[in-house]
Write a protein that binds this ligand. Structure first.
Ligand SMILES: Nc1ncnc2c1ncn2[C@@H]1O[C@H](COP(=O)(O)OP(=O)(O)O)[C@@H](O)[C@H]1O
Ligand SMILES: [Mg+2]
Length: 341
């Protein structure tokens, strides 16, 4: 488990002080794939660099497996850092070394024997699916293959934590998915904590178990991914979510509906098995309302189905109330978008 407590990082520059991280506290469970999302300049890279003490925090604590890294120095800090692997957007591979030699690099520094290194590199090549590229140079690899080398190198010294700073931001959507699937496999197989820094909500939606939204140096909300997606608290979180689930209706359509009498536009959201429930049939059978489907979509958040249905309901106030009672009894998340009575 990782605890970030009251972390502050300020930079002084000619223009004055920049507060890059402003009193951030987070608790990251051991088996999590924890997403930290924010716009460019929000402080994401600073936060992740503070986590492995590449950047010295101005104040606050970073506690990993009970050990406060900010209190360590010299050899103890180097040892603690070996327990934290990191991958980057631009890979940072050594161009004059082969794939095998890149992966071997941290093991050489750690002082392992040639034979130990060779065995470990073989294991890692297998883990990331690059056995056939063992002797290739970085310039001969695709972006996705380069990131696989980055991952193998980061895992070489058997870290407990893997930090990913925009690790898929330079990759196309298909390759992004294959790298995210690899990270999920690694999280499950090796039981290591993964922290994913990103500006892309689709990354969070695919694999993260939890998410924190970093905005202007502060965490504005955090929690399990499903609950942040269904009940976002901040405007910035809503914006990120609408980049992957856009359920907005055309304004002309809403204006037209606003002229109807006794009409309500409602958005219903549901998770998991409820996605296959016959909601509309049951709604119409139970309550004497008319329903017009304006929008429907089923997608997923990790492997959980996530459905959205936008309806115009027509009926008198008693009928509409009954419809709401019915939807509430089904434990669906219902939001009234527009009401014309
Ligand atoms: N070494 C530095 N010196 C001065 N300011 C910095 C430094 N690194 C980052 N910053 C500033 O800190 C803020 C957060 O930057 P950063 O952590 O890189 O954000 P992100 O990764 O979310 O884009 C920005 O305003 C940036 O200009
Ligand atoms: Mg950054």
């Amino acid at each position: 488990m990782i605890q970030i407590q009251n972390l502050v990082k300020t930079y002084s520059s000619r223009q004055g002080n920049v507060i890059a991280i402003d009193d951030v506290s987070l608790c990251i469970p051991k088996d999590a794939i924890y997403g930290i999302i924010g716009l460019s300049g929000a402080g994401k890279s600073t936060l992740v660099r503070c986590l492995n003490l590449l950047e010295k925090p101005t104040s606050g604590q970073i506690i990993i497996a009970g050990q406060d890294l900010t209190k360590l120095s010299g050899k103890a800090l180097r040892q603690a850092r070996q327990k934290i692997g990191m991958i980057f957007q631009h890979f940072y591979l050594l161009q004059s070394r082969t794939v095998t030699e890149n992966i071997a690099f941290p093991l050489e520094i750690a002082g392992l024997s040639k034979q130990e290194i060779s065995m470990r590199v073989d294991e890692l090549l297998h883990l990331v699916g690059l056995e056939d590229k063992a002797h290739a140079y970085p310039s001969q690899l695709s972006g996705g293959q380069k990131q696989r080398v980055g991952i193998a190198r980061a895992l070489a010294t058997k870290p407990q934590v893997l930090l990913c700073d925009e690790a898929t931001s330079a990759l196309d959507p298909q390759t992004t998915l294959s790298i995210l699937n690899l990270l999920r496999d690694i999280n499950q197989k090796l039981g290591l904590t993964i922290i994913i820094i990103t500006h892309e909500m689709k990354v969070v939606k695919e694999i993260c178990t939890d998410v924190a939204v970093l905005h202007e140096a502060q965490i504005v909300e955090n929690g399990p991914v499903e609950s942040v997606f269904i009940h976002p608290q901040s405007e910035i979180a809503r914006q990120f979510i609408s980049s992957v689930f856009s359920h907005e209706l055309p304004t002309d359509l809403l204006k037209e509906i606003a002229t109807h009498q006794n009409s309500e536009v409602v958005r219903i959201q549901f998770l998991g098995s409820r996605a296959s429930d016959p909601i509309i049939t049951d709604l119409l059978r139970t309550c004497n309302v008319r329903a017009n489907i304006l929008y429907g979509n089923i997608d997923h958040i990790r492997s959980t189905l996530f459905g959205t249905l936008t309806l115009e309901l027509q009926g008198n106030s008693e009928q509409l109330r009954q419809a709401h009672d019915y939807l509430a009894s089904r434990e669906l998340n219902v939001e009234v978008i527009q009401r014309a009575l």
